[in-house]
Write a protein that binds this ligand. Structure first.
Ligand code: HEC
Ligand code: HEC
Ligand code: HEC
Ligand code: HEC
Ligand code: HEC
Ligand code: HEC
Ligand code: HEC
Length: 408
């Protein structure tokens, strides 16, 4: 039964993967990024294993069109409305196969305030999801070329809906815009027009039809239509042409390839991150960051800065790929202790831990105490702080620190 369910969802995913990509022909492609791009569908024919495993990767799933079907199980959890301190509440409800976040005034208006004191009831539907849902998912709805964030987000560890990160506990907010900046890290492309309104204020209009959802092959590898054409025409060529070979890049370039999205969300950009291709230099895209964040990087989104504070990183030629496989299913396939031990076989302490792990597993079938539990502990983010609305309790958002060290 479970297996069948898995298979069905697998199939659904691959259908989504294949169908949302673009038609390629020998004269060009219809990819909204322009004539140099082929679209992920074009890679499958020659890179089947990579393409197959990649559909399980959270990069691929990190933004998507919302489909009511996939939301239904999550919506079902929201039996109770979510209350704000001003006594209004939001219900997640389904009408005609569409799911909405609807705001209501208090059911019981017998208090002193009249109906006019409360915001008018409103309903907005789920259009776009950000985040794979590994830890969290937040949503946007479209209105006149602008995308607005919905007040409630889904948090997987809590198995619950809660106030979107950074939203107030006092009242529901429907007016926070989602800018192209979110897409630069969570999607492969969106076309934007900038309207100058007033002297400095810039008004951004997003083109929802141009979106290439998820982080696709060419988002990391750069435009590849020429590569596709060459290898179609030269099936005997075994060495890759017209594509940057990542193995030939310097360590810094390989780090920058990841750091373009993993070195902080609050930094000012000089150019669109969509233009970044392997081999580029990060400092051409971001202005240097000053101030407190540089000294105390957050576990959310600043993996590179944290890693830089580690002896492991400074005393070896470690990159992100030393521990992370880029195309696979990160969450289930990684054995981080083995990665650590591959460099720390010389440590008697590490050898003891590895032996103990094996023994625990063999004799008691117990999960291992991994190296990372002690040396890369879970830490609460300072930039993502959640609250549960009416109770206004804060809920920590835990991530692994990438400062590998000895902790007390
Ligand atoms: C017609 C066949 C063909 C198609 C289509 C194709 N490739 Fe390739 N690709 C090759 C061959 C052949 C190689 C060299 C052998 C290898 O590394 O697998 C290669 C190698 C690569 C490499 C590795 C380069 C290196 O050595 O580090 C990357 C990255 C790559 N392709 C990306 C893509 C992407 C992205 C797409 C889709 C937009 C794509 N390829 C479509 C044939 C193809
Ligand atoms: C275009 C932006 C972008 C680039 C480039 C990028 N990432 Fe990510 N990465 C993300 C986003 C966004 C997420 C969050 C995915 C989600 O929604 O769960 C993520 C998640 C991850 C995760 C957690 C995966 C999981 O299973 O939860 C790892 C590990 C990771 N990235 C490593 C890398 C490495 C290594 C590179 C470089 C080879 C890289 N990333 C390049 C944006 C990017
Ligand atoms: C998050 C960034 C990222 C995305 C997305 C991505 N790759 Fe890669 N790819 C890399 C990196 C980094 C390497 C170098 C090897 C490594 O470090 O794992 C690589 C290596 C490769 C290679 C050569 C080595 C190998 O593993 O076979 C091929 C071929 C390839 N990628 C194809 C693809 C295709 C096809 C897709 C889309 C289905 C894709 N990549 C998506 C980052 C990415
Ligand atoms: C500079 C790149 C960057 C920008 C800009 C960015 N994010 Fe992220 N986001 C990430 C990375 C990387 C992660 C992976 C987890 C981590 O490092 O904390 C992530 C995680 C998330 C998650 C949780 C995903 C999961 O399944 O765990 C959500 C939801 C999210 N971001 C939404 C947004 C929204 C909405 C915006 C715009 C307001 C935004 N992000 C802007 C890089 C970025
Ligand atoms: C690419 C090789 C490499 C990998 C992989 C690696 N390390 Fe290290 N690590 C080193 C080197 C080199 C040092 C410095 C040794 C020294 O100074 O004697 C170090 C130092 C350390 C230290 C001492 C830190 C301190 O502040 O004194 C700890 C703890 C550690 N590593 C744990 C880990 C853990 C846990 C992992 C896996 C998550 C890991 N390492 C992965 C190479 C590596
Ligand atoms: C020494 C090993 C190691 C290296 C090197 C490393 N990571 Fe990680 N990373 C981990 C471990 C362990 C986790 C936690 C995985 C888990 O809990 O399933 C993790 C988790 C993540 C996550 C998920 C969010 C979180 O904090 O739980 C992201 C994103 C990520 N790494 C990005 C990167 C990037 C980008 C780099 C390079 C700048 C990098 N990592 C280098 C070991 C490493
Ligand atoms: C229960 C917590 C815990 C676990 C699990 C753990 N360590 Fe440690 N580790 C420590 C502490 C505490 C120290 C510092 C005390 C010391 O020097 O023995 C340390 C020190 C180290 C050092 C520096 C000193 C030395 O012996 O070289 C390295 C390297 C290291 N650990 C690697 C690892 C690796 C690799 C693993 C997994 C195989 C691991 N540790 C598992 C707690 C732990």
């Amino acid at each position: 039964m479970y297996k069948t369910a898995c298979l069905i969802s697998l199939l659904a995913l691959s259908v989504a993967f294949f169908s949302r990509c673009f038609q390629v022909n020998t004269t060009g492609s219809s990819d909204s990024r322009g004539p140099l791009y082929a679209g992920s569908q074009a890679c499958i024919k020659c890179h089947q294993p990579v393409s197959n495993s990649y559909i399980h990767n959270n990069h691929f799933k990190t933004s998507s069109l919302v489909n009511a079907g996939s939301l239904k199980t999550m919506a079902a959890v929201a039996k109770d409305p979510f209350y704000f301190l001003d006594s209004t509440h939001i219900s997640i409800e389904e009408k005609n196969n569409t799911i909405y976040q609807s705001l209501y005034a208090p059911d019981n208006r017998s208090d002193d305030r009249g109906a006019g004191q409360f915001p008018a009831p409103r309903s907005e539907e789920f259009d776009i999801a950000f985040g794979s849902g590994e830890k969290a998912q937040t949503y946007g709805y479209w209105k006149e070329g602008k995308l607005y964030q919905l007040p409630l987000s889904w948090f997987s560890d809590l198995n619950a809906w809660a106030n979107s990160p950074g939203f107030p506990a006092s009242h529901a907010r429907y007016n926070r815009t989602i800018t192209s900046r979110c897409f630069e890290c969570h999607a492969s492309y969106i076309k934007r027009d900038v309207e100058q309104s007033g002297s400095l204020a810039v008004n951004e209009v997003l083109d929802s039809k141009s979106i290439v959802y998820g982080i696709d092959c060419e988002r990391c590898h750069g435009p590849a239509l020429e590569h596709v054409k060459f290898h179609q025409d030269n099936p005997d060529a075994k060495t890759a042409k017209f594509i940057t070979r990542i193995s030939t890049l310097s360590r810094q370039q390989r780090l920058d390839l990841c750091a373009v999205c993993h070195s902080g969300n609050d930094r000012e950009t000089q150019r669109s991150l969509f233009d970044f291709v392997p081999g580029d230099t990060l400092s051409h895209f971001y202005y240097p960051s000053f101030g407190a964040t540089a000294a105390e990087p957050d576990v959310h989104g600043q993996q590179l800065q944290l890693l830089r504070l580690s002896k492991c990183f400074n005393a070896s030629d470690m990159t992100c790929s030393t521990c992370h496989q880029t195309h696979g299913d990160q969450a289930t396939t990684m054995d981080y202790s083995t990665k650590c031990y591959s460099c720390h076989e010389g440590s008697a302490h590490a050898t003891d831990v590895m032996k103990e792990n094996e023994q625990r597993k063999r004799d008691f079938n117990l999960a291992s105490t991994t190296c990372v539990d002690c040396h890369m502990p879970l830490v609460a983010s300072k930039t993502i702080i959640l609250n549960d609305g009416a109770g206004a309790k804060t809920i920590p958002y835990l991530l692994r620190t990438h400062r590998i060290s000895i902790y007390k």
